[in-house]
Design a protein around this ligand. Sequence first.
Ligand SMILES: [Zn+2]
Length: 109
Amino acid sequence: MEFICKKCGLIHRLGETKIKKNYLSNGGYHEKAYCENCGTFLKNLPHAKPAKLYFGKYKGGFINVIAKKDSSYLQWLIKQEIKISLKNSIIEALEALGHDKESDLFSRN
Ligand SMILES: [Zn+2]
């Protein structure tokens, strides 16, 4: 899939664009792609399914919903032996809520 910026003409491939996520109250989110060069809005991306936890006390829950309810649980969880893709989803969800990577996620015990 390719997007051409209407403003500056730069051609982007999917994965090379700036993506912003708008989180929805039902736990899902919309993704919007922006031009890497000039920042112009390019395209709404196909609806992404939110990541879920598949174990533990919030099994079946959406990560971004849990992040609002119990962010300390997720901060604990990313220090455990979990899949890297899950860890990245959790970090994204925490960052979307304004948690600072340096002070919150990695240096606190
Ligand atoms: Zn552009």
